[in-house]
Design a protein around this ligand. Structure first.
Ligand SMILES: [Zn+2]
Ligand SMILES: [Zn+2]
Length: 430
């Protein structure tokens, strides 16, 4: 029986991977301008890390993690998100001892056993960044400015920025208690939300059930019950955005699905993703996260962007397709016999040393089928090699775009193709 990929996972083939590379390269270059350095953490972590950071009452920890026992009966999980591992590494490697702000970004796969749906996968990829060691609202705003620029550089403009404050450990518990009481009166809450009322009533704000959403618009949001320090922080965050002329909407319902957020939360949403589940990226502040996993008090904020959904939007596709496009080569070397094949192997290495991408056929097929292969690799040039070329040292180069031909010496081959490769087809070939 044919073995197939696991449900909820996908391949990224040549032809599609180029867009991924472009997005990743843009992140690398731009984030470095803002002082971020890349961090790579393991895909496997102790389950306890996520239980303590994301929260045991969340769907992620309760239902969605890939968790198993290793030989010592320790529970380990495939990471469902990137922030907790980064903080774990920050603590473990003693970065906090350096007494400075650390800016770290990551790109990599995450794993959640969710129901697969459009743009949602069980192995998905995130780009994320964390600013550790400051609670200044300008740090939160700077993340937004960086993201705005990131999206602009990738020509993506169809999004809105939503911001909110979810309070701190001073003001939130009082509100949560009040909210529990206020919501208990409503019989129309869905069964999921009834359960949420016990563990974490704030999570009710994440419910997509229209009846629940309707109720929530009638209760006083946390934003109106913040303590003075949280109000000051949120006002300052907004002032920094205003100064930079960033458009945003205050969204009091935006609490985000993870327990560790305090004060700032934000999302960039795109209506092109549909009316619900429209978040392209999200983030916020998590000042208590380090303590929750046994580290020293550390202030921090960050964001994560889901690459699959973003790539779907950038490529204007409905589904992430697995259509294959062979990589393009600059020159295809065709040969007439085995002597020429040997010569082509040597020539290919010489041309590659000059920075040209070279393809040739290994299967000693007819010249006609070799030239068909040249077409399929969309080679810019083809060179046919036989006794005549080897003995005379003169090689005929064919430019595939217009069929123009030109004869040059072996020594001139590389420089000729480099020059002509960037020229347009309407220019003379010789
Ligand atoms: Zn507060
Ligand atoms: Zn609900």
């Amino acid at each position: 029986m044919k073995i197939q990929s696991i449900r909820g996972t996908h391949d990224i083939l040549p032809g599609s991977v180029e867009l991924w590379q472009q997005v990743e390269a843009t992140a690398h270059a731009l984030f470095e301008l803002y002082g971020f350095a890349e961090i790579r953490t393991p895909i496997l972590e102790e389950t306890e890390l996520f239980a303590r950071s994301i929260g045991t009452a969340t769907d992620i920890v309760q239902k969605e993690m890939y968790t198993f026992s290793d030989s010592k009966e320790k529970q380990i999980s495939l990471r469902p998100e990137g922030t907790a591992p980064v903080i774990r590494s920050y603590i473990e490697n003693g970065l906090y001892r350096e007494g400075m702000v650390h800016k770290l970004f990551y790109i990599g796969p995450m794993f959640r056993r969710e129901r697969p749906q459009k743009g949602r996968y069980r192995q998905f990829h995130q780009i994320g960044a964390e600013v550790l060691g400051t609670d200044h609202p300008a740090a939160d705003a700077e993340l937004i400015l960086m993201l705005r620029r990131f999206l602009r550089e990738l020509q993506f403009h169809d999004y809105r920025l939503l911001i909110n404050s979810v309070g701190c450990f001073e003001c939130r518990p009082t509100y949560v208690q009040w909210l529990r009481g206020a919501l208990q009166k409503f019989q129309t809450l869905c069964p999921d939300c009834r359960r949420r009322l016990e563990a974490n009533p704030l999570r009710v704000f994440d419910c997509k059930n229209p009846a629940c959403q309707e109720l929530l618009h009638r209760v006083t949001p946390l934003l109106e019950r913040l303590c003075p320090a949280c109000i000051a922080h949120f006002d300052s965050f907004r002032r920094h955005l205003d100064q930079a002329k960033v458009d945003y909407q205050v969204a009091p319902q935006l609490v985000r699905g993870l327990d560790y957020y305090v004060r700032t939360t934000f999302e960039m949403v795109s209506d092109r993703l549909g009316p619900t589940q429209n978040a392209l990226l999200g983030g916020g502040r998590y000042d208590g996260l380090s303590e929750a996993i046994g580290g020293p008090p550390t202030k921090g904020c960050g964001f994560a962007l889901g690459l699959e959904r973003f790539i779907l939007l950038l490529s204007n596709q409905e589904e992430l397709g697995a259509s294959y496009v062979p990589p393009r080569s600059t020159v295809f070397l065709a040969y007439l016999d085995d002597r020429a094949f040997q010569e082509c192997l040597r020539l290919a290495e010489e041309l590659r040393a000059e920075g040209l991408s070279v393809t040739l056929d290994f299967e000693a097929r007819s010249l006609k089928s070799q030239l068909r292969l040249a077409d399929r690799t969309r080679a810019l040039f083809t060179v046919v090699v036989g006794d005549l070329e080897i003995d005379s040292g003169q090689f005929k180069i064919k430019r595939m775009a217009d069929g123009m031909e030109c004869t040059v010496t072996r020594a001139q081959l590389a420089s000729y193709m480099k020059e002509q490769g960037s020229a347009t087809a309407s220019q003379p070939a010789c």
